[in-house]
Write a new protein. Structure first.
Length: 149
């Protein structure tokens, strides 16, 4: 192993806290992508669907801002959701030149199913730790997250 590799490699069991947190986040993300597969949605599409549901008829520009993406990208995401029958474009009530987006009945059903699937996966993932450990982990992560800038 080269010296450069030796500087960043860790022996088994000596991972840094950062490595453990990042590894856990990657594991959770992989599990979430897998959970989404039966619905054929990406995590990004799921987030967009949640934004549309939460904001109740947002304009595409608001969806883009909420997702921190370019308006053109938001249009593409909403196009895919609309093709699937999960969202639909509707006229803006206050500006006839503008278009808003809303979730359809199918979109709301899919969101409910995904929330249940996500909760079940979370329960399975954290099943190996006690309720007290979960509470402590929540306390620590909340403290770290609150201190992040």
């Amino acid at each position: 192993m080269s010296d450069a590799c030796a500087d960043t490699a860790h022996a088994p069991g000596t991972e840094t806290l950062r490595d453990l947190v990042l590894g856990t986040a990657r594991t959770l993300r992989r599990r979430w992508v897998s959970t989404l597969q039966p619905w054929q949605l990406s995590p990004h599409e799921f987030r967009a669907l949640r934004v549309v549901e939460h904001d109740e008829r947002p304009r595409l520009s608001a969806v883009a801002r909420a997702l921190h993406i370019a308006p053109r990208s938001a249009t593409e995401v909403i196009d895919r959701l609309e093709e699937r029958g999960l969202t639909e474009r509707v006229p803006d009530e206050f500006d006839r030149r503008a278009t808003c987006v809303r979730t359809t009945a199918d979109g709301r059903r899919v969101l409910d199913e995904l929330r249940s699937a996500r909760d079940a996966d979370s329960d399975e993932f954290f099943a190996g730790i006690t309720d007290a450990e979960r509470a402590e982990l929540r306390r620590i992560l909340t403290k770290l997250h609150g201190g992040a800038s």
